[in-house]
Every structure is written in structure tokens, then in C-alpha cells.
Ligand binder design. Structure first.
Ligand code: C5P
Length: 321
């Protein structure tokens, strides 16, 4: 509880976490699975606006376009959607206001559904359903971000499930920090490439993109560059990736239950009976540090944060840096 209170004020650090979460953080630091070698600087405390401007400059939204090896050799330039993600809804046009709906258990009993659906575009994550939870999470889905496990693991039924139909899909998988694309293609965490190719062929009209690993690691660099301690050398969570994606597509981004409200709970997902504080505070992902940065950029009130778990962020097009 104490760490979440500190998080709402934007001053949380790893030392406040439960011992088992600190241990798992240390284990990931020692393991360094993705061969992270950070050479950037570590800034002193930047204002929310400075963080926003740094993200706008350093983390340019990028998806695979088929022009680089090995994808160029596989004719991915004709496989990926003809229009870039940023131009899908019209060149230079942005959504006025957007909702990012995290999958946190704390959104249960929030009655936020109507507010969420009132936004022009709504982003959801992975296998998070709306059916049966409409009153709390709404039912509009414009974009769904999915990690490679969703595409690769049979239990998600990616090809047949209705969860992944009727919206824009954006997939990602953690490549090595060096962004060696041929090596990533040979050895992804979970094979997202085969199901991606297959779905593009079967459903060419559904917009479906794969995030460029460079984008993911640029986000990580911004998080580490703004944190004094060493953060987990693993990619940011889908939540952070989705927030920055929407900051590129929208003038205003409303994020629900990323920084927990007073409904804060160890229930991992609103749609599953699984309890684990790591889902909210991070073990594999540098989630706590992502959240500190997002809190700093927040322009909504503490009241909105406590009652709705809502953070409001300016889209990149709406800030003059
Ligand atoms: O677990 P999953 O990655 O599908 O959840 C989507 C995102 O929602 C996470 O990446 C994380 O950023 C956020 N989340 C959270 N607290 C939770 C569960 C999810 O902040 N308890």
C-alpha cells in the first residue's frame, strides 16, 4: 500500500518493494537476457514536460515496414499494411481524445465503462475481454496491443478468437538490445512471425503491424535515462508501450488503472482469478519506473487518480517542445 501511495506522488523506488519483488528484480539484472548495454546518460529529475519532450524526440513510433533485412528478402514490404500506422486514420490527423485501458484488477467495480467508450479511440491489451465487463471497462476497442505469446501460444487461439477481430492489431516481441533483426527473426522469444504472415494473408484488410524493436528499446532508454537506480534490463510493459503509442496518435490520452486508484488490489487482471503484486509493481518489466515517469507527466488531479485511477497525458502533437 505504501509504495502505491508514493507512486501516486511520483516518488517510488525499488527499495520500497516487498523483498521477493526486489529479489526478482536483482535476478533479472544479473541475467540480462536481452544483452542490454546502456551507454546513455542519467539525468537529474526532469519536469513532466521535459520527460514528455524527451519521449517525443527520442521514441519515434516505428513499425516493421519490410525495407530491412531479413524482412526485405521475405517481401514483407508487400505483406505489411500499405498505410503506416500513424496515417491509418488520415494523414496528419489525430484522435481528439483516447483511452488506454490497462488490465489491472483494480478496474473492477469502477463503473468507468461509459467514460472509456466516450473517447474517440480506445486501446486495450493482450487477451483482456470486454464481454461481461462492459460496465467497468467499456466495449469499444480501436487498437489492441498484443505480445508475441498471444500469437504463439495455443491457449490464446489467436487465429479463431473473436478477441482479435474487428480492430487494429499491434504486436511486439523483445529483440536483443542491439536490434539485430536477422538474429531476432531466427530466435524471437515466441514465434510471432509465422502467425503474423499467416494472418496478413488470410485477413489482408485487417490493419496489423509489428512494432520495430528499436522503438521498444528507445522507450527503455528514456526510462533508464530518467531513473537513478538500475532498472530491469527487459523491455517496458505493454502498458507503457501502448501509452506512448497513443501519445503519437492522439491529442490527449486518458490512462485508466495504470497508476492504481484506491481500488488497488493484488488481483493481477480484472478477468482472471490470479493474485500477484508483481503485475502492478513489476518483476520482469521495469513497471515501477515506467509508472513514476507517467505520474510525472500527469495533468489530471489527484482526485481523478485516487477515484478513477486516471492519468491524463498530452499527445505529442499538442506540445511545443
Ligand atoms: O498483463 P498485461 O501485460 O496483459 O497487462 C497490460 C498492461 O496493463 C501491463 O503491461 C501493465 O502495463 C498494465 N497492468 C498494470 N497492473 C496490473 C495489470 C496490468 O499496470 N495489475
Amino acid at each position: 500500500k505504501a509504495v502505491v501511495q508514493q507512486l501516486r506522488r511520483g516518488i517510488a523506488s525499488a527499495g520500497m518493494l516487498a523483498p521477493h519483488l526486489q529479489k526478482s528484480m536483482r535476478d533479472y539484472l544479473n541475467l540480462n537476457r536481452h544483452h542490454v548495454a546502456y551507454r546513455g546518460l542519467r539525468r537529474g529529475r526532469q519536469s513532466g514536460r521535459e520527460v514528455l519532450c524527451e519521449l517525443k524526440k527520442q521514441a519515434r513510433l516505428r513499425t516493421l515496414d519490410g525495407t530491412e533485412q531479413p524482412f526485405s528478402g521475405l517481401a514483407w514490404d508487400r505483406l505489411v499494411p500499405p498505410r503506416p500506422l500513424e496515417q491509418l486514420w488520415g494523414q496528419g490527423s489525430k484522435f481528439k481524445s483516447c483511452a488506454v485501458v490497462t488490465s489491472a484488477g483494480a478496474i473492477l467495480n469502477s463503473s468507468l465503462g461509459r467514460e472509456i467508450d466516450s473517447h474517440e479511440a480506445v486501446l486495450r491489451f493482450n487477451a483482456a475481454p470486454t464481454e461481461g465487463y462492459e460496465n467497468d471497462v467499456g466495449n469499444k476497442t480501436t487498437i489492441r496491443i498484443i505480445n508475441s505469446q498471444i500469437l504463439a501460444r495455443p491457449r490464446h487461439h489467436f487465429t479463431t478468437s473473436s478477441l482479435y477481430k474487428g480492430m487494429t492489431l499491434v504486436a511486439w516481441d523483445p529483440a536483443p538490445y542491439s536490434v539485430d533483426l536477422p538474429r531476432w527473426y531466427r530466435n524471437p522469444d515466441y514465434d510471432l512471425f509465422t502467425p503474423y504472415e499467416e494472418r496478413r494473408r488470410l485477413h489482408p484488410t485487417q490493419p496489423f503491424y509489428v512494432l520495430h524493436p528499436k522503438f521498444i528499446w528507445q522507450l527503455w532508454d528514456v526510462i533508464q535515462g530518467n531513473t537513478q537506480e538500475n532498472i530491469q534490463p527487459n523491455p517496458p510493459s505493454s502498458g507503457f508501450i501502448g501509452i506512448v503509442l497513443m501519445m503519437s496518435l492522439c491529442e490527449e490520452v486518458h490512462v485508466y488503472e495504470y497508476i492504481p486508484s484506491l481500488r488497488q488490489t493484488d488481483l493481477c487482471h480484472y478477468h482472471e482469478h490470479h493474485y500477484d503484486a508483481a503485475c502492478t509493481l513489476g518483476a520482469y518489466h521495469p513497471l515501477l519506473f515506467e509508472k513514476v515517469l507517467v505520474q510525472r507527466m500527469n495533468s489530471a488531479t489527484q482526485h481523478d487518480l485516487k477515484t478513477k485511477g486516471k492519468v491524463m497525458l498530452s499527445g505529442f502533437s499538442a506540445v511545443n517542445c
